[in-house]
Design a protein around this ligand. Structure first.
Ligand SMILES: [Zn+2]
Length: 427
């Protein structure tokens, strides 16, 4: 029997698709299990998104082709969760642009009040940016640069398999044979200084960093150090708004592509057509050429741009919340102790948890603020959080964690959390 550890290339790669811009709108999930550097098992499923998050936006349907009709008979995340958690087991999770997949899994779990996976996350995107110089770091381009076979991009099971293969190929390039030597959950998208600056006319071979050199992979400001140019018609914002967003996230907006440009956002580029071998506009081909010659410039679709900024916004919001909480470290309300002491531990885990964590006065009537971070409560938010008077999935999870530690300290008995080991044949 082999146990999973960070001392080998043992992990589960994951990919998710969403129905709309809500992170809770999970509509497909794919998983690939790797043992000792070999793909050993896969699972995938369509998912019917939770109520209130179940509208299929045309932009999303264009990208992955999944519709409301396609998920009509699919399980909900609540139904699928035990199977997925059993598949993941104790594995570290690997994803390409992991902050997005992680956030989707957390937010959709929060809607059903399911515990977040506790696995550490590893991101192949900053790793690829550190080790390769490409015109695009989307899965198909990274796969091509690593000589991996092309798969059906934006199909969750194919993308999970591709993320697994990319992690293995990048580890081999970096001379790393254990996940522990990779940066855990690297959240950053800071442009990593790339070696071999400009080699005009040189062969378009990816520039490599020294093995094991992952410096500069973490950042709080998603666009710090980036110089961004917009081209084509933007769908979600005006050029001026987009440029203001760039500045807000620490980047510099430029009017046209220069030697210092690091990101070219192509507004009218169909995300499906940004893949190796497809004919691009002259401007985009020129940018791809510059990248091939060593200039650290990337082509992003408008979707890429907004997704990175969403991740940045998440990080900024989380940081702001944590600052407020640090100012009030003893925030755990007394009612979660007194209620827990009075509860019968023979009920179900979920029932017990809900009764223990509920605010004694229930949902606030207009206004109110988060018992953890003080954020104002949105009264049409999730019913569960409102009943507890927490503002977000994040504060909900922290409330559960802190309460569990406190209950354990006080010896308060509670039902055991469900265990998800099943017939999924872990080895
Ligand atoms: Zn809060």
């Amino acid at each position: 029997m082999t146990t999973t550890s960070a001392s080998a290339l043992d992990f589960t790669a994951i990919d998710v698709e969403t129905a709309n811009s809500s992170r809770a709108s999970l509509c497909a999930v794919g998983l690939t299990r790797v043992r000792d550097g070999q793909v050993v098992e896969q699972m995938s499923s369509l998912v019917v998104p939770p109520q209130g998050h179940d509208e299929f936006a045309p932009r999303n349907v264009d990208i992955h082709g999944i519709t409301a009709a396609a998920v009509a008979d699919a399980p909900s995340w609540e139904q699928l969760y035990p199977q997925v958690m059993a598949f993941i087991g104790e594995d570290p999770l690997v994803a390409h642009n992991a902050p997005f997949d992680r956030s989707v899994i957390q937010q959709v779990s929060s809607v059903y009040d399911l515990d977040w996976p506790t696995s550490p996350w590893f991101d192949t995107l900053p790793l690829a940016r550190a080790l390769l110089t490409l015109g695009s770091y989307s899965l198909p381009f990274v796969a091509k640069a690593l000589d991996l076979p092309e798969l059906d991009h934006h199909e969750a099971s194919a993308d999970a398999l591709q993320a697994a293969r990319i992690l293995l190929a990048l580890s081999a390039r970096a001379g790393v044979s254990a996940l522990a030597d990779l940066p855990a959950g690297a959240p950053g998208y800071r442009p990593v200084p790339r070696s071999g600056a400009s080699t005009p006319g040189g062969a378009p071979t990816p520039a490599l960093r020294a093995p094991g050199d992952f410096s500069g992979l973490t950042a709080t400001d998603v666009l710090a150090g980036e110089s961004v140019v917009f081209t084509g018609k933007l769908l979600l914002s005006t050029r001026a708004e987009a440029q203001a967003l760039v500045e807000h996230f620490g980047g510099a907006a430029q009017g046209s592509v220069m030697r210092t440009t690091t990101i070219l956002v192509a507004g009218d580029l169909d995300p499906r057509s940004l893949r190796p071998g497809v004919q691009l506009s002259r401007k985009l081909e020129k940018a791809m050429d510059l990248a091939a010659k060593g200039q650290p410039i990337e082509v992003w679709t408008e979707d890429d741009f907004h997704q990175r900024l969403d991740v940045g916004r998440d990080q900024l919001e989380a940081a702001t919340r944590e600052q407020r909480v640090q100012a009030n470290p003893s925030w755990l309300p007394e009612h979660v102790i007194t209620q827990a002491q009075a509860l019968d531990s023979s009920t179900s885990y979920q029932q017990w948890l809900r009764a223990a964590l509920r605010h004694p006065e229930g949902k606030p009537k207009g206004g109110g603020s988060c018992i953890r971070c003080g954020e104002g409560l949105v009264v049409d938010g999730y019913w569960l959080f409102l009943e507890r008077r927490v503002c977000s999935g994040d504060c909900n999870e922290k409330l559960k964690d802190k309460a569990k530690r406190e209950w354990a300290k006080l010896g308060i008995e509670r039902p055991a959390a469900p265990s998800y080991s099943s017939s999924w044949g872990r080895r």
